[in-house]
Design a protein around this ligand. Sequence first.
Ligand SMILES: [Zn+2]
Length: 70
Amino acid sequence: MTGCTHGNGRALCFECFKAGMERTRARQAAWTQRDLPFERPEPKRKLSEQEIAHRRRMLDHLVDAARMGA
Ligand SMILES: [Zn+2]
């Protein structure tokens, strides 16, 4: 690895590998925190009877399709 200052002479320096992992993790954490304000999960809404009925029809259709071997 270029820029290795650990001087153990190995092709894969564990110290550098670990440092790289920590850098990646820190970057991911920073991104996650950055993204948080934009992540506005929709408030949980109760499904209407019509929506539930629609889902039931879809499920029935899927069950029928599976039975028919589609
Ligand atoms: Zn190193």
